[in-house]
Design a protein around this ligand. Structure first.
Ligand code: FES
Length: 455
């Protein structure tokens, strides 16, 4: 009696199953969805924007007020007065997408950064929750994380006088203060920064000192990214440009050149996922207002984020973080990251060239902004002229308008208050006992310098 050979049966079954899956994928693609090419074209040709505040409703989108009118500060791209207003009106009270949770894998993993002059750090708590804190010691405001901007420790000790905090931001040690009657450690933990992690792991912070709500739609548009990924590394490129040119830098990057040298070729499974629209490849790129973009590297398993962190009115830190599918071969990730950084450097160099005229003449406007101004003028005099005028790039038009809208709203609020308003400012609670212990601490400092301590 002939007994069928199981191995030969497997040999026959595997190609059959593969062919079947390929067929299903093709049918699925053909019958149930529009052309994949159409989808890729539509998603990749324009960047999607998320969380961009609506412009004033009374103003149609085609009548942009970016012009020589007093609305738009002349030092829009260069001046400290505009930048200071942006710090108060935007960076102190708007949700900012700054990271992805896969950068933090074990309790104590932290990353410190400074956003528009506000030093903060993210840390994964022992309880598994990712939190952000102001990187400011509650004793005398020195930075708590000061040696390196990334690391792992469940206890963070301030190197100046030894105050220590746990991964939940609680003060756990305060030399010279602990025995003082009335000194309450619980009142002297690190100042928390509002933190939100989206469904797919994107981390948002909001520096507003008061309680803030979380918009229900926050993070929704990022659903196509992030899931089942891991962080492969990140680096910073500094550029002498205003942060509002970050979108320009993002568009100048040639992401097609990233990940081409590695061995991350598609296997059958990835091809199927792509054909079924289940991969993130077709998601293109997304702008997350005000300074983050998320990009897919087409034809690879990689995606990256670019965060354009303002340093001053004329300097920006461009932080690029590379992510890949969980099963991506890590041997290629370093070279791919380097390719991405090379592309970023090239884009920043080009943006610096474009920015130079702004520095030399604060009233300089680039061609695209001039087009917006012409468009606005034409629209105000003739609707037919408006209809035939070249439509400015929506990306270039909407973004400054959204920023301007926010600045104007805050200026109006400050006028009502009769003073400048700093939403991120914290007021440390101090009392007589704290001051008494502080005097003791100061004397000990003096003692270390060889001066007399009189008790
Ligand atoms: S400033 Fe941190 S312990 Fe003194």
């Amino acid at each position: 009696m002939n007994v069928p050979d199981p191995s030969s049966s497997m040999t026959l079954t595997m190609p059959l199953a593969t062919g079947l899956l390929v067929g299903i994928a093709l049918l699925y693609q053909t019958w149930t969805r529009p052309s994949l090419q159409t989808i890729l074209k539509s998603t990749n040709n324009q960047q999607t924007k998320l969380f961009q505040p609506s412009p004033p409703s009374s103003q149609p989108s085609h009548t942009i007020t970016i012009s020589k009118e007093p609305d738009n500060p002349q030092d829009w791209y260069t001046g400290t007065s505009t930048y200071d207003l942006e710090r108060r009106a935007l960076f102190s009270k708007h949700w900012l997408c700054i990271s992805h949770c896969t950068q933090f894998t074990k309790p104590g993993d932290y990353h410190a950064t400074t956003i528009a002059g506000f030093p903060i750090f993210l840390i994964l708590g022992k309880d598994g929750t990712l939190r952000a804190f102001h990187n400011v010691c509650r004793h005398r405001a020195y930075p708590v994380v000061s040696q390196k901007d990334r690391g792992s420790s469940t206890v963070l000790g301030c190197r100046y006088h030894g105050w220590s905090y746990d991964s939940l931001g609680r003060l756990i040690k305060a030399p010279h203060f602990d025995g003082v009657v009335g000194f309450d450690r619980a009142q002297n933990g690190l100042f928390a920064v509002h933190t939100f992690t989206s469904r797919t792991g994107f981390v948002f912070v909001n520096l507003e000192a008061q309680a803030v709500g979380i918009p229900p739609e926050m993070g929704d548009g990022l659903d196509g990214f992030g899931g089942k990924s891991r962080w492969l590394g990140g680096r910073v490129v500094e550029g002498r440009v205003n942060w509002k040119m970050g979108g320009r830098v993002s568009r100048l990057m040639d992401s097609e050149r990233i990940g081409r040298g590695g061995s991350q070729r598609r296997n059958l499974l990835s091809w199927l996922m792509h054909a079924l629209g289940l991969s993130r490849e077709g998601r293109g790129s997304i702008d997350v207002f005000p300074f983050t973009t998320v990009h897919v590297v087409k034809g690879t398993f990689y995606w990256y984020t670019l965060v354009c962190v303002p340093v001053s009115a004329q300097w920006t830190s461009f932080r690029l973080d590379l992510y890949g599918s969980v099963n991506v071969d890590s041997t290629d990730s370093e070279s791919t990251l380097q390719e991405a950084i090379d592309q970023l450097q090239t884009a920043v160099d080009a943006a610096e060239e474009e920015y130079r005229p702004y520095i030399e003449d604060a009233r300089y406007y680039p061609a695209n902004i001039v087009m917006i101004m012409i468009k606005a003028d034409m629209c105000s005099t003739s609707s037919s002229a408006c209809a035939t005028a070249t439509q400015p790039d929506a990306e270039d038009a909407d973004f400054p308008q959204a920023v301007l809208h926010i600045l104007k709203a805050h200026m109006k609020f400050e006028r009502q208050q009769g003073t400048e308003v700093y939403p991120a400012m914290r007021q440390p609670r101090r009392n007589a006992r704290f001051e008494q212990a502080e005097q003791l601490c100061k004397k000990l400092d003096c003692g270390l310098r060889g001066e007399d301590v009189s008790w």
